[in-house]
Design a protein. Sequence first.
Length: 169
Amino acid sequence: MRLGTLELGTPVYLAPMAGVTNEAFRRLCREQGADVVMSEMVSARALVMGNERTRAMLGVAEDEHPVAIQLFGSEPDVVAEAAVRAEAAGADIVDLNLGCPVDKIVRGGSGAALLRDPERAAAVVERTYTTPAGQHGYLEPQATVAWMEPGKPYVKSQVNGGRSVGRGS
């Protein structure tokens, strides 16, 4: 399987788990056969604001590649800057969380809350793709954000190369 510039082997991927998928756990999972390991969810805002505990979550060991860093946030420029920092920390993949249902994440407009605001979700994906991390292939080169609203047609925003290339039903 190919993801951006990465050629991946076994289809065993470690899911992000808050409070669990730290460096030591990821390395153990790599030893046991996981092809791709992922960090816990990292707050884009806390990372960009310089929170030391959050920055420490980006620690990546040499023997855990390919490794993904999962970011959550709702502000396109902040998430984009966090993606650049994740790449600099050693991420092979930057994963954007659009599905976490935890109240404190949703209250901040992140995670699953982005599914209620598809224009913002598309803006986050689009802006993040235009970063050096996106241009180097650390982000999937094409993303689709799609949604349905009661009484409205199916809408899709496709992002490719940092540009929205299609909106509509």
